[in-house]
Design a protein around this ligand. Structure first.
Ligand code: AP5
Ligand code: MG
Length: 214
């Protein structure tokens, strides 16, 4: 099973991917996570990407498609993939078609998390992750069971993304509307699009995804 999770910043792509990984043993391929790792490691890609990401704009199609190509090449053919935050432009959607063919895969579903943009700024500005294992939390919507302690690994250190401020989020949303939303009709014409109510509680969104995948 290979799926794309599509939705604007804060729609819940990362949150739901983590659950699908746990439940189905799929692999999450998040270009955002890959780019943040490159920024942290100060690789040539990371150095190039940092300022673009801090502004909330999209990095070049070629960079992200190369990242995805490398990940697919290293992956066991039986492991299903969740594409999280990729493709994000028409050019990337074309590249993905080529990459899937190259690696002997095909798309099963393109799942759009349908959300109300007004709620997304609150979701994003309240988001934080475990500095140790990357588990995701939210000041209001997804707190650890014991305050200040990661549920998954017990770490007490957390971090916030530098692009999770209101101004950058507005740019990220505008980029989504202008460049990413237009790829939906392409998948629609292939009968691949499934819509899920991303405004429901986290658990309910997972249940809707299970109904599609299960
Ligand atoms: P990326 O990392 O992909 O960011 P994004 O698309 O802006 O999406 P987010 O990660 O912010 O949101 P999410 O949908 O994963 O939400 P989450 O589950 O965390 O990209 C970052 C940057 O990298 C881009 O701006 C660009 O510069 C670059 N980039 C990446 N990919 C690229 C590409 N393909 N091409 C070009 N450039 C690229 O949820 C958010 C919060 O809400 C969490 O705190 C969570 O706990 C909470 N939450 C989740 N679901 C719910 C719910 N149902 N109810 C209540 N709270 C919820
Ligand atoms: Mg994410």
């Amino acid at each position: 099973m290979n799926i794309i999770l599509l939705g604007p910043p804060g729609a819940g792509k990362g949150t739901q991917s983590a659950r699908l990984v746990d439940h189905y043993g799929m692999r999450q391929l998040s270009t955002g996570d890959m780019l943040r790792a490159a920024v942290k490691a100060q690789t040539p890609v990371g150095i190039k990407a940092k300022e673009v990401m801090d502004r909330g704009e999209l990095v070049s199609d070629e960079i992200v498609s190369d990242l995805i190509d490398a990940e697919l090449a290293a992956l066991d053919a039986d492991t299903g993939v969740i594409f999280d935050g990729y493709p994000r432009t028409e050019a990337q959607a074309h590249s993905l078609d080529d990459l899937l063919a190259k690696h002997g895969r095909s798309l099963d579903h393109v799942i759009e998390l349908d959300v109300d943009e007004d709620a997304l700024v609150e979701r994003i500005t309240g988001r934080y992750t475990c500095a140790q294992c990357g588990a995701g939390y939210h000041d209001t919507f997804q707190q650890p069971a014991t305050e200040g302690v990661c549920d998954k690994c017990g770490s007490t250190e957390f971090k916030r993304r530098p692009d999770d401020n209101e101004e950058t989020v507005r740019t990220r949303m505008a980029e989504y509307r202008a460049k990413t939303a237009p790829i939906l009709p392409v998948y629609e014409s292939r009968g691949l699009v499934r819509r899920v109510d991303g405004m429901a509680a986290i658990e309910d969104v997972t249940n809707s995804l299970d109904a599609i995948l299960g």
